[in-house]
Design a protein around this ligand. Structure first.
Ligand code: SF4
Length: 314
């Protein structure tokens, strides 16, 4: 059996290890189907400067997710599964089309549930001339087995490290053992890509940028995440400290999550960043805490012209 089908016939692509036979129409926790499903192909100008640069990052947003975050700002695609199933060949073509548009990189957003399909499409696209960096944008809840399918195919990892306290992971993202799982995944990502390499324009060619969203009431948890990063990845680690938390999706039903972050809370974490000797940080303006930065998912760029006509005729 070919590698992709083997991985999907008893799905253990992510730490959920559902064992669903996705080659046979069965669904696991994430509800992701056999074929890759994409909600939007677009340009992104608000990623960190080494990713978005001046020409933008070529994002490909995947449908479904292996987490169940109550505050997910992309819940239409992650939880409700909005998107279009496409072939592996079409996915490879999408990567090449993003390159032709002149973006700095291909940015795979939340692709964990489609790792085998993405790996196959990336190999195909690389054989056809894909040569810009591939960025893998992740929630951090990844298995080592899944990540190893991406070895040599991904240049830049952009993982979250969301929680230190596993109780928060359970309550807010419906996932067990988030801390240990994300920590091991991030070390595997570092092993794969080696040292961070930026070009003369400050664009990342290889490496890792970590992301951490500071949550209301949880600045002490954030400090523990930063402590782990300093100890295990070093003072030069690129870390994006996000203050954009906005109560979306089901967050309004949870008292602790029903408000925005305060300046006091965010500043506490930023101060800690410097106190423990971290050097490379991206901090967000508090004005970014708004839902207007959420993209509109409308299948733009997902289908080729021929399939689009067929779909319209249905
Ligand atoms: S990718 Fe989806 S089906 Fe596969 S193990 Fe993870 S949650 Fe389960």
């Amino acid at each position: 059996m070919e590698k992709m089908n083997e991985a999907l016939s008893h799905c253990q692509v992510c730490p959920r290890n559902c064992g669903a036979d996705r080659t046979n129409g069965k669904l696991g926790f994430c509800r992701a189907p056999y074929l890759p499903k994409v909600a939007l192909v677009s340009r992104h100008d608000w990623e960190e400067p080494p990713i978005s640069g001046t020409k933008g990052s070529g994002t490909v947003f995947f449908s479904h997710c292996n987490l169940g975050c109550v505050f997910c700002q992309n819940h239409d695609i992650s939880q409700n599964g909005f998107g279009q199933e496409i072939s592996i060949e079409r996915l490879a073509k999408i990567f090449l089309e993003q390159q032709e548009r002149g973006f700095h990189n291909i940015n795979l957003v939340s692709a964990v549930q489609f790792i085998p399909q993405v790996a196959k499409a990336l190999k195909m696209a690389k054989e056809q001339g894909l040569n810009i960096p591939v960025v893998y944008n992740s929630n951090g809840y990844e298995s080592l087995e899944g990540l190893r399918m991406l070895e040599g195919l991904v240049d830049v990892y952009l993982p979250d490290f969301k929680y230190w306290d596993n109780e928060l992971g359970l309550e807010y993202s419906n996932c067990p053992n988030y801390r240990e799982t994300a920590a091991a995944a991030i070390l595997e990502m570092r092993r794969q890509v080696g040292k961070d390499i930026l070009d003369e324009n400050g664009l990342m060619k290889k490496g890792i940028i970590l992301r951490h969203l500071v949550l209301p009431g949880q600045y002490k948890d954030s400090m523990k995440v930063l402590g782990w990063i300093r100890k295990n990845l070093g003072e030069d680690t690129f870390l994006s400290l996000m203050s954009q938390y906005t109560p979306m999706h089901r967050a309004k039903e949870i008292k602790a999550l029903s408000r925005k972050l305060t300046t006091f809370e965010y500043d506490k974490v930023v101060d800690h960043f410097f106190e423990i000797g971290l050097k490379n940080g991206f901090m967000q303006k508090r004005s970014s805490a708004t839902s207007e930065y959420t993209p509109t998912f409308d299948l733009s760029g997902v289908m080729d012209a021929e399939s689009f006509i067929k779909r319209e005729e249905k």
